[in-house]
Design a protein around this ligand. Structure first.
Ligand code: HPA
Ligand SMILES: [Zn+2]
Length: 335
């Protein structure tokens, strides 16, 4: 008999790509609504395409399906579906990635993307009991000049877009390429995070810290290959937003039992669990927590630490962090 599923604790989700929440059913519906031809003729064949060998093979499908997103309402529907699912999985605050260039590069205006998402995010607290903000990611496999040009264009949405990030194909695109874009973002008062050490080497994590001044590292799992880097991440309590089901789906780790999450926790790192692209990788936030807990034998104390870390690592004001941490304590002691 398998053990009962632990209850979801209140948690902040800090590594979630809104485009990665596009479930196949919604992709098919939006393709029909917008008369976009998908290369997969029906839902069953589309579902079969959700099998990946690495990050680039996933990104091919992720960008292809993003083309069904055309109108503000499409982005509102996408966000609304995520918020509904996230709330049911214990998420009480979300700092959500969006890839503006994935849309502007195919002729969808920035306003369509951000106003569409804003429509759902504005009412997230009342409708779903969770607060939600955006982090605009630069696509690292495109010209850094595009990233630099994007930064001032985010100004009208600074109540919603609280930071910048860096994603897409990692290997061959080191953080240093985006030094200027991040300096511009810092001047605008935006928070800074970056994907590093997912497929790329530990040196990319160092580059994100030193060249980009990031406040959090997304993934960062390959940091464990460099003991001096691990010591620095521990001393500086740099948050690492880890995504277990993503790492297995993209073969960054062979299976969940081999995932470094427990070692990272035991090393005193400020790690959090997140879902990355849940429509593609088989689970939302609590699904990740349950799966990795089972595989690594994490207990209630470790799950409480993960929930606490998520709020400590968030960009929430201190008073809100304390309010959420109190809610974690109440839920953990009840459960
Ligand atoms: O996991 C990811 N890594 C890099 N880029 C991405 N864009 C969406 N998901 C990812
Ligand atoms: Zn990611």
């Amino acid at each position: 008999m398998s053990s009962p599923v632990p209850a979801a604790l209140p948690t902040a989700e800090l590594h979630l790509h809104i485009e990665g929440t596009l479930e196949p059913e919604l992709a098919v519906e939006l393709a029909r609504r917008n008369r976009v031809r998908l290369p997969h003729p029906d839902l069953a064949s589309l579902r079969r395409a959700y099998s990946f060998s690495d990050l680039p093979s996933f990104l091919d499908l992720y960008y292809e399906l993003s083309e069904v997103l055309q109108q503000p309402q499409d982005f509102t529907d996408l966000a609304e579906a995520y918020l509904t699912r996230a709330a049911a999985q214990g998420v009480r605050h979300a700092e959500v990635f969006v890839d503006p260039q994935a849309h502007t590069s195919r002729g969808v205006p920035l306003e369509v993307v951000l106003d569409g998402l804003a429509e759902a995010f504005r009412t997230a607290e009342e409708r779903h009991g969770l607060s939600a903000r955006l982090i605009a990611c630069f696509l690292r496999d495109r010209d850094p000049a595009e990233a630099e040009a994007l930064v001032p264009r985010l100004r009208p949405w600074h109540d919603l877009v609280i930071g910048v990030g860096l994603d897409s194909a990692e290997v061959g695109f080191p953080p240093e390429l985006f030094r200027r874009a991040y300096a511009l973002a810092a001047d605008e008062g935006l928070h800074r995070v970056a994907h590093a050490g997912e497929e790329g080497p530990p040196g990319y994590v160092l580059g994100a810290l030193d060249a980009l001044g990031v406040e959090r590292v997304d993934h960062g799992i390959r940091s464990i290959e460099d003991p001096a880097l691990v010591a620095r991440l521990r001393e500086e309590q740099v948050p690492l937003t880890v995504c277990p089901l993503s790492n297995v789906a993209l073969r960054a780790v062979p299976d969940l039992a081999a995932h470094p999450l427990r070692a990272m926790l035991d090393d005193g790192l400020l790690v959090t669990v997140n879902s990355d692209d849940p429509a593609y990788f088989g689970g939302y936030l609590h699904d990740n927590t349950v799966a990795v807990s089972r595989a690594l034998g994490l207990g209630a104390a470790e799950r409480r630490s993960l929930a606490e870390h998520s709020f400590r690592a968030s960009f929430l004001p201190e008073a809100d962090k304390q309010r959420h941490l109190a809610a974690v304590a109440t839920a953990a002691e009840a459960g």
